[in-house]
Design a protein around this ligand. Structure first.
Ligand SMILES: [Zn+2]
Length: 133
């Protein structure tokens, strides 16, 4: 395994990070576009569902039909993101509106009005607690 291999894996992992970021940024504005991104990523990672049984329990695990670590990461990440979108709808994924914050969130609020990540929200609650002392 040479330096080229590690560079290839790093490039693949970074590409996944950019895909996930793009999905979170564009989900509510371009649902068809992010669906294509996810599906393309799942295809390229050769995501493969496998029925497993362990400790008396059955479950479906999605892995990659390759020996590439980054492909496994992509298969696991994107196959976890897809049912969130399928269940809640693409508009429930978002990026934090806080200045200089790169946080992201899945909006589980009743009216779908979330704008800030948990970090930002807990920061505001912390400041409120401090100022009420
Ligand atoms: Zn934030």
């Amino acid at each position: 395994m040479g330096a080229g291999d590690s560079l290839g894996r790093l490039t693949e992992a970074r590409a996944l990070r950019e895909t996930v970021r793009a999905v979170l940024e564009r989900a509510s504005a371009d649902a068809a576009g992010i669906a294509a991104l996810i599906n393309d990523g799942l295809r390229r990672s050769r995501a493969t569902p496998e029925l497993r049984h362990d400790h008396g329990r059955w479950w479906t695990e999605i892995t990659s039909d390759t020996d590439r670590c980054a492909a496994h990461l992509a298969a696991i990440t994107l196959s976890a993101l897809a049912p969130v979108i399928a269940t809640l709808g693409p508009a429930r994924l978002g990026v934090c509106a806080g200045q200089n914050c790169r946080g992201t969130f899945v909006d589980l609020s009743r009216n779908g009005s979330k704008q800030f990540c948990a970090h930002r929200a807990s920061g505001a609650a912390y400041r409120r607690r401090l100022s009420s002392r």
